[in-house]
Design a protein. Structure first.
Length: 926
């Protein structure tokens, strides 16, 4: 199928007649596609745009008059020059109607599919006036409601297999199948299991594909007619999928995937079924002020006890109180006694305003956000080695790569829609190499799955590079033209012979060499990495190795060839771009540079602190040291997401003045002096930048609940009260100012964002198309060359020993978002994963005398928790894995706050623990 309209302009055409009219089909188009493009309707059910045509339902038959005189399914028949085709001849119509009649006779309410008001079957039946089927039904499987997200109404199934293709060929989850023969043929999940017991990951692609409502969202909202449809994006991960909110009575009824480069209508379980957190009764709806005498302790506040600690206030009072507390500290102790944590969940405009408030209103650069806990070390290495922290190519480029390395990333869980592109690429011949201490789900698609010892990643990568040098596979010309420092790297690599490193990292030397050859000799290779790379004391070294690998082989700067750190939060790219970072202003312009400082002083008409500010973890230390006493937290939850929680919570409790702006009474909000109830994603409009550097509009679909206000309104209210004279009429105004501050997006206009689905930066001049692939000619460093920075292998800060023999790795689960504040308040997601689980190797659990589903306790030098054991043979014996979303078993009570010296990222991915059977689960507090 010729999908891209740009390609169509140059595609060859085929002339044929359709229902008496001359039609030009593009080469590769079927009769049905050509007809659709002409606005001509031919009934069809098993065909869906974008999916492989299957031709099984025969609802789309047309009569080929000139030529063979046959009935042919138009969805998989290609027109030929001079062909005469009728979709409405008596013969064609009789056949189409008979198909529809037979299918309708199988429906639970004869003649109608009752589950979906937008049933395509009913639509075509109406069009062709097929009302009362004459045949008895064939006897359908019973409906099944075992899945929290999806109702399997298989009594309305027409066996068109769109769901099978959705599941196996699009998302490639391989859960839905078509089984049995003849009369008994039916759709099955895994081995004909109830859907809720199958391995279904609830991406909902099948629901979106189903033409009858046989697969529907489990709640009945799908039956309600929406009042409006609002095109927006997904608020969860950095993939930034496009979606449409279907809204009625200020409620999001359901969500559909929207077509565009980012996701081609695909979504994952969170993006499709994870939205009712916005309607959760626990949402904050009134400003709250801490009651006098309500002491701060390190205990978490249960929302049930909120009245004992907080009282309601008007906005006026709450804003005055919030700002006066900050002002007092600024004036009495100096600006550096204040800090702000901004949000990567908010828009670019909110993040820009927030950093501007801290820099110009507080008067300090102490502004940071979760990037510090995330990819900061990747960014540090990228800035150092190639002069830019941005990805070189979009994720979709994996389709153009011969080899794809995915390292320290669990994409089917954390970037599920991106993972579908990886899987699709493998199907089309791309070789996937996965490197991760855990054998994750994506490994079943991998040509090589290197399950190295946790934390030995620099040893492994240096060995791969050693092999490339030893076998003469470096790209000498690229090295000469585009890089510097190669000799030092080559010398440094001498110590990393694969034979020597094999026992260190646990990967055979021959495998290391094979992977080295495969990557170095491929025509196009991409490396995509996650925070398994960045979240270590040597995170920056890890990323330096990846960059060196790409530079020495010239695998950068072409389509399908480059480096892509998969960004985590939906707007962590944007929040970093607009300067929510203590050492850089918008567009990564260094705080310490006098010229840059003058430029921003002029733009913001103020005096700026020339000293870079403190990072997230340093801010926590500064509070402990008594140097920092006032904090404004907008859309972050450090009481759960920071490492070594006891230490972090102590700091929050020590603050003299703490302002929290969130949508829920988070664990952090419990430490606040004043809480400002903010807007959730669907309640506001703004721009968001995804992992590919695509700027996209999130559009307001509903109003905030109660007295909650939009974040972009709250931040300026604080600014005025800090003495700043701001006047922004809305996010568009803020965006226009951002364009003055940031060359990278100067060419993007708000109008264009409204018109186009997304615009990729750099886009420096209005009208520029934007650059999906960068570093084509050179790198934005002095001299334009990429720099090799050798990295020596060292071990984690805290290694297992006799007392604490297990390695504790933390990360995420598919259904939950970080600290759980959104997803544990989303009914479907919470129903799928309600309780804290810790994954453990089956042999380790057996040795412990425990069983799956039983509690085990986990203890480090810093804290102790209990969680339910879940076996996972993908783990290496001696290691555990846990998500950090459960306040009744907070993984960050265990983790180590030791920092990477360059990126200042804590070592979330590795610490030593001991385990024991049993234990007691703390109480979940919200
Ligand atoms: N469902 C869901 N999706 C999310 C999020 C979420 O909370 N929930 N959060 C988003 C955010 S902000 C981020 S940053 C991303 C994170 O996405 P990922 O980077 O995929 O995150 P993790 O699962 O934390 O860690 C990735 C992998 O690192 C591996 N790892 C552990 N130690 C090492 C090591 O020493 N070396 C290497 N190479 N790998 C190691 C782990 O085994 C794990 O498979 O996900 C985003 N997407
Ligand atoms: N042990 C361990 N710890 C980790 C990690 C790990 O892998 N292991 N990963 C780290 C990483 S990569 C990251 S990115 C951090 C994430 O750490 P955080 O950013 O602290 O985590 P979130 O839960 O995403 O917090 C976002 C907060 O914003 C609120 N919110 C959502 N939407 C809005 C909005 O529109 N407006 C406002 N005002 N608030 C909103 C939510 O309710 C929530 O409280 O965690 C880090 N911590
Ligand atoms: Mo992250």
């Amino acid at each position: 199928m010729v999908a891209n309209p740009e390609d169509l302009k140059t595609a060859k055409t085929v002339g044929f007649k359709l229902d008496g009219e001359d039609v030009q089909a593009f080469e590769g188009e079927t009769i049905l596609q050509a007809a659709k493009r002409q606005g001509k309707e031919i009934p069809h059910l098993c065909y869906k745009d974008g999916y492989r045509p299957d031709g099984n339902c025969r609802a789309c038959v047309v009569e080929i008059i000139k030529g063979e005189r046959v009935l042919a399914p138009s969805c998989c028949r290609y027109p030929q020059e001079g062909m005469d085709v009728s979709s409405t001849s008596e013969r064609a119509r009789t056949s189409q109607k008979l198909v529809l009649e037979l299918l309708l006779s199988d429906m639970p309410e004869q003649g109608k599919s009752p589950y979906n008001p937008h049933s395509e079957l009913d639509y075509w039946a109406g069009k062709l006036e097929v009302w009362n089927p004459r045949f008895p039904g064939r006897g359908q499987p019973a409906p099944n409601f075992s899945h929290p997200a999806i109702a399997a109404n298989l009594d309305a199934c027409i066996q068109c297999t769109r769901c099978v293709r959705a599941c196996r060929e699009e998302q490639m989850n391989d859960v839905i199948g078509y089984a049995f023969r003849g009369h008994h043929a039916k759709i099955v999940f895994d081995q004909d299991d109830p859907m809720g017991e199958s391995t279904c990951v609830a991406c909902g692609e099948c629901v979106q594909a189903c033409p009858t409502g046989a697969l529907m969202p489990s709640n009945s909202v799908g039956l309600v007619e929406p009042e409006k449809k609002v095109d927006s994006t997904c608020p969860y991960c950095g993939v930034g999928c496009l979606l449409t909110f279907n809204v009625r009575d200020n409620k999001i009824l359901y969500v559909g995937g929207r077509d565009g480069d980012t996701n081609h209508s695909r979504l994952c379980v969170k993006g499709r079924f994870g939205f009712d957190y916005v309607h959760n009764p626990l949402r904050l709806t009134k400003p709250l002020i801490r009651k006098e005498g309500a002491a701060k302790t390190t205990e978490l506040l249960d929302p049930q006890d909120i009245d004992q600690v907080f009282r309601e206030a008007t906005w006026e009072e709450a804003l005055d109180f919030a700002a006066s507390g900050l002002r007092k500290i600024r004036d009495e102790k100096g600006p550096r006694a204040l800090a702000g944590f901004g949000s990567a969940k908010g828009s670019n405009e909110e993040a820009y305003l927030f950093q501007k408030l801290v820099r110009t209103g507080f008067g300090t650069n102490n502004v940071d956000h979760c990037t510090r806990l995330c990819h900061a070390s990747s960014v540090a290495a990228l800035l150092e080695c190639i002069g830019s922290g941005a990805v070189s190519n979009p994720v979709e480029d994996v389709a153009k790569a011969e080899v794809v390395i995915v390292i320290g990333s669990n994409p089917t869980v954390n970037h599920p829609v991106a993972a579908t592109w990886f899987k699709n690429a493998v199907r089309n011949g791309t070789k996937l190499i996965v490197m991760d201490p855990i054998r994750t789900e994506i490994c079943r698609f991998a040509a090589y799955s290197l399950q190295f010892r946790p934390d030995t990643y620099v040893a492994l990568l240096n060995a791969i590079m050693h092999a490339i040098v030893a076998e003469g596979l470096c790209n000498e010309e690229y090295i000469r033209k585009h890089t510097e420092g190669f000799e030092q790297l080559r010398d440094h690599l001498k110590d990393y012979d694969p034979d020597r490193m094999a026992p260190v990292c646990g990967i055979p030397a021959e495998t290391i060499r094979e992977v080295a050859r495969l990557y170095a000799t491929s025509k196009a290779a991409m490396i995509l990495w996650g925070i398994g790379v960045s979240r270590h004391v040597h995170g920056t070294d890890n990323a330096r190795c990846l960059i060196s690998l790409a530079l020495m082989t010239g695998q950068i700067g072409r389509p399908g060839t480059g480096l892509h750190p998969l960004r985590g939060q939906n707007n962590v790219q944007g929040a970093s771009d607009v300067g929510l970072i203590p050492m850089v202003y918008p567009d990564y312009q260094p705080v310490g540079d006098a010229g840059v400082c003058t430029k921003f002083e002029k733009l913001w008409q103020t005096q700026l602190d020339p000293k870079p500010g403190l990072t997230v973890v340093e801010i926590i230390h500064a509070i402990h040291d008594g140097k920092l006493t006032g904090l404004y937290v907008e859309g972050e939850n450090p009481a759960m997401s920071d490492p070594n929680q006891n230490h972090a919570r102590e700091a929050l409790a020590m603050l003299e003045h703490c302002v929290v702006q969130d949508i829920f009474l988070t664990e952090t909000a419990g430490f606040a002096d004043v809480i400002l109830p903010a807007s959730a994603f669907p309640e506001k409009t703004g721009t968001f930048t995804n992992t590919d550097r695509r700027v996209q509009l999130g559009r307001q679909a509903i109003d905030p609940p109660g007295d909650a206000r939009q974040d972009w309104w709250i931040i300026p209210e604080i600014a005025w009260r800090m003495g700043l004279e701001w006047s922004y009429s809305g996010p568009k105004d803020v965006f226009d100012e951002m364009r003055q501050a940031m060359v990278s997006i100067a060419g993007i206009t708000w109008d264009r964002l409204e018109r186009e689905v997304s615009v990729i930066y750099p886009c420096e001049q209005e009208g520029d198309p934007g650059e999906p692939v960068i570093f084509v000619e050179d790198f934005p460093r002095k001299g334009g060359r990429g720099l090799f920075v050798p990295a020596a292998f060292s071990r984690a800060n805290e290694l297992p020993d006799d007392e604490y023999p297990f390695v504790f790795i933390t990360g995420r689960q598919l259904e939950h978002w970080h600290t759980g504040s959104m997803t544990r308040h989303a009914s479907v997601l919470d129903a799928i994963e309600p309780d804290p689980v810790v994954s453990i190797h089956p042999l380790d659990l057996e040795a412990l005398g425990g069983k799956p589903g039983e509690l085990i306790s986990i203890e480090s030098r810093r804290g102790k928790i209990s969680a339910y054991a879940r076996i996972d043979a993908g783990l290496q014996p001696g290691s555990l894995f846990m998500a950090f979303c459960y306040n009744e078993a907070s993984a960050n009570l265990i983790t180590n706050e030791a920092l990477d010296p360059y990126g200042k990222i804590p070592e979330f991915k590795f610490c030593a623990v001991k385990i024991a059977p049993g234990g007691k689960l703390s109480e979940r507090i919200n």
